[in-house]
Ligand binder design. Structure first.
Ligand SMILES: Nc1ncnc2c1ncn2[C@@H]1O[C@H](COP(=O)(O)OP(=O)(O)OP(=O)(O)O)[C@@H](O)[C@H]1O
Length: 303
């Protein structure tokens, strides 16, 4: 990797990296402290066009802090944050959006009783006619929403139905299509499958792949290594604010990823300790990977 910098005798070394290989977003040894609390430290991560970067981690690992830095809600206090190779420090989410970085949060900002097409354009409605008789261009919005959803492979029976009547997976998919339509180049998905059953999770994973195939760089935040492995090109595992693993798909198996998430070593130690306790048959205890069966499996049909 090459970067702009000062060479010997103060000469400026040009960035020779071809534009198409340059990451859309890059963190270099980035970190964030909230007062005395160091929530994130020494985190390096790249997001490339047409690739899915998965960020995994347990509760408190620092996933939200990482999203907040990239989406402009918080500023990093250590290291560097670059967009298109240029160091940035966003002060508002609007600045991140202007650079094409869109975030789809788990609790989607939709109005449940409004139709699907209305939610698709919420806050950016199409209008027609001259001022002062400008009015909503309902036909155009319906037609555009329909086209955009179909382009992503999302087929809904009726765009007039309230968005609240869609399944959780469908709502996430509409939010993904919306971000794509409004020009996102980088899509941050905050645990989009966390509250979904197996089938609905599959629906969302399909649209994550569709966004990737349309050339977006996707950051997929999840607890679930099985979901990550279905669509991921790169895996970054956070633990207590630091990067425990950063590996391309070719460098890590699902089993290894699962073990990292389960804290394989910690579980082995716990098992050993339990073995000392009378009455506990250590052979009966589950293996680390057994404990990591897809979370969604137990909540099938709840969404
Ligand atoms: N605003 C804040 N002020 C102080 N500490 C914070 C703040 N936000 C997060 N932290 C701390 O930073 C650490 C990382 O938190 P973060 O929310 O980023 O983790 P996470 O991986 O997103 O966890 P979860 O999955 O539970 O949301 C935690 O120890 C948390 O208590």
């Amino acid at each position: 990797m090459t970067t702009n910098g000062t060479g010997t005798h103060g000469a400026i070394i040009e960035d020779t990296m071809p534009e198409e290989d340059r990451p859309l977003v890059e963190l270099r040894n980035a970190g964030k402290s909230y007062g005395n609390i160091r929530a994130l430290h020494g985190v390096s991560l790249t997001v490339q066009s047409g690739k899915v970067t998965c960020v995994l981690g347990d509760n408190g690992a620092g996933k939200s802090t990482l999203i907040k830095i990239i989406s402009g809600l918080h500023q990093h206090t250590e290291g560097e944050f670059l967009v298109d190779g240029t160091p940035v420090r966003f002060t508002t989410p609007r600045e991140a959006l202007d650079k094409g970085i869109a975030t789809v949060y788990q609790d989607l900002a939709t109005v449940p009783l409004m139709p699907v097409w209305r939610n698709f354009f919420l806050g950016s409605e199409m209008t027609k006619g001259p001022w002062p008789v400008r009015r909503l261009d309902i036909e155009k919005m319906k037609k555009t929403a329909d086209e955009e959803l179909r382009n992503m492979g999302i087929v809904l029976d009726d765009l007039d139905q309230p968005i609240g009547t869609l399944s959780g997976g469908q709502r996430q998919s509409v939010a993904i299509a919306r971000a794509v339509y409004f020009g996102a180049r980088v899509l941050i998905l905050d645990e989009p499958t966390a509250a979904l059953g197996v089938k609905q999770s599959g629906v969302v994973l399909k649209y994550i792949a569709a966004a990737r195939d349309r050339g977006l760089g996707v950051i997929f935040i999840t607890h679930n290594p099985h979901h990550a492995y279905m669509v991921g090109d790169h895996f970054s595992v956070l633990r207590l604010g630091t990067m425990e693993l950063s590996a391309d798909r070719s460098e890590v198996s699902l089993e290894e990823l699962t073990n990292h998430m389960a804290g394989g070593a910690e579980l082995a130690a716990l098992k050993h300790e339990l073995a000392q306790v009378r009455g506990v048959d250590v052979e009966e205890l589950p293996e680390a990977e057994d404990l990591q069966a897809p979370v969604a499996a137990s909540s099938e049909g709840t969404s």
